[in-house]
Write a protein that binds this ligand. Structure first.
Ligand code: HEM
Length: 439
């Protein structure tokens, strides 16, 4: 099996990866559908074709666990859904799935719409707004408020808003950091992380205990988690497990949707024809009233624009898996314990699947347009680990965009080109916008 060029003794491809991580991920396919990458002493197999990624995630999904990258997240947050493996993951998935059914999402919709309306009604005409920071705050609030019942959500939400950025930064650093002991050194940054993490855990624990005690039967996600019973064993989740699930739902459901909102407004500013069509659609579907769940479902052009954002700017620039048994992949036999990596971001920019991949073109997704090969477009992944929050994410993103567009036009402040930042996820840099009321 070929090795990616540019390997140096002892450190492997780390300098190439650090110099330009996104370009490095995009370049892997040039070496072959399967190619070895050396991350210091560790050898990782990069999987670079949609067919083999599908094989790994779907056909042979059970033969792979979440890889190295997820071990650290588990250590920090607990064994929640995105990081758990095997029979335990299957059981948890079965327990949590009902909280994300369509009728539940319809129940969360009001909170989403009210949160978006509250944010945008604070804007003043002509004000400069940091869109990324505000989108993050909004999505975090939405997830926190749908997770917890109305009576506890205020307090938990305050703590989440206060601590979350510190926690996410700390976890990202711990995941990437090559040397473990550095995180134990009592630097101000480490201390802030530990304190934020402790405070937030205490607030979430209090909310869980309170809600279990009162037995409040509201429509919150937490109520669903507390009530969930395994169909076979009748078992419920422990408080510790519920806390892990909450942390990881916050982790998985906040940045992803916020980043997509930023990329969408970035593209609307660059593509006036796309912006015009999207604004017209929102006006004609929503009219003068506030968005309804039913109307949000009819914003088909807005969904196509988001579909294209999820293609071009997918946040998942690097995911990892680990074989838990001997597996055949692409005609090769991989022993148990083989670490693999793949990139949805790079796969969505592969010219073999998407002609002119860097061109932003929502019309790629018109019914009747030539469609990409099977399995090439996987924004929410596929198989047993497919994003459990995909329906939630669509509601969250479309509601936010429709709410903004129905009242405001966002003009990026000149001189702030948006950059792609390869952090734990691929993030946009801040996008300052001037908010102008629409006539
Ligand atoms: C645009 C927004 C989103 C994108 C692009 C996205 C994408 C993904 C992807 C690619 C995975 C698989 C990761 C892996 O296994 O390596 C995933 C898993 C997951 N996502 Fe999302 N996600 C989004 C929004 C959300 C939201 C809003 C929630 C919850 C409120 C959520 C909850 C989860 C959970 C719990 C998992 C783990 C599922 C499992 O392993 O069984 N996601 N997501």
């Amino acid at each position: 099996m070929p090795t990616v060029p540019g390997k140096l003794p002892g450190i492997g491809h780390v300098p190439r990866l650090l110099r330009n991580p996104l370009a490095f991920m995009r370049s892997l396919r040039d070496t072959g559908d399967l190619a070895w990458v050396h991350l210091g002493p560790q050898r990782v197999l990069s999987v670079n074709s949609p067919e083999l990624v599908h094989r790994m995630l779907v056909t042979d999904g059970r033969k792979y666990d979440q890889g190295k990258y997820f071990d650290k997240i588990r250590q920090e947050f607990g064994n929640g859904l995105p990081v758990s493996n095997g029979a335990f993951h299957t059981r948890q998935r079965r327990l949590i799935q009902p909280a994300f059914h369509r009728e539940r999402i319809e129940g969360y919709f009001r909170v989403m719409a009210d949160s978006a309306a509250a944010l945008t009604s604070r804007w003043q005409p002509g004000e400069v707004v940091p869109l990324k920071a505000q989108a993050l705050q909004l999505m975090l609030g939405m997830v926190a408020k749908t997770l917890f019942s109305a009576d506890v959500s205020g307090r938990v939400n305050d703590e989440v808003q206060r601590s979350w950025t510190t926690i996410v930064k700390g976890v990202a650093w711990r995941t990437m950091s090559p040397v473990e002991f550095l995180e134990k050194v009592p630097t101000p940054g480490n201390r802030r992380y530990v304190q934020a993490s402790r405070r937030m855990r205490a607030a979430v624990r209090e909310a869980v205990v309170e809600q279990r005690r009162t037995g409040a039967d509201d429509a919150s996600l937490l109520t669903m988690l507390l009530a969930a019973r395994d169909a076979e064993t009748g078992e419920r989740m422990s408080d510790e497990q519920i806390i892990a699930e909450i942390f990881l739902i916050l982790f998985a459901g906040t940045e992803t949707a916020a980043f997509m909102t930023v990329w969408l407004f970035h593209e609307l500013a660059r593509e006036p024809a796309v912006a015009k069509q999207l604004y017209e659609e929102v006006d004609s579907v929503l009219g003068d009233g506030p968005p309804t769940f039913e109307a949000i479902g009819r914003l088909t052009y807005t969904r196509r624009v988001l579909t294209e954002c999820l293609r071009l700017y997918h946040p998942g620039w690097m995911f990892m898996r680990r074989t838990n048994t001997t597996v055949e992949l692409g005609g090769r036999e991989l022993p148990p314990g083989t670490e693999t990596l793949f990139s949805i971001y790079a796969q969505h920019r592969d010219p073999r699947s998407f002609p002119e991949p860097l061109r932003f073109d929502p019309d790629r997704w018109l019914p009747g347009a030539p469609q990409p090969p099977d399995d090439a477009y996987i924004p929410f992944l596929a198989g047993k680990r497919q994003c459990i929050g995909d329906g939630y994410a669509w509601a969250q993103m479309v509601t936010t965009i429709a709410t903004i567009v129905s009242r405001w036009r966002l003009e990026p402040v000149p001189g702030h080109p948006v950059k792609e930042l390869p952090q734990a996820l691929m993030a946009p840099s801040e996008l300052p916008v001037v908010v102008r009321p629409r006539p």
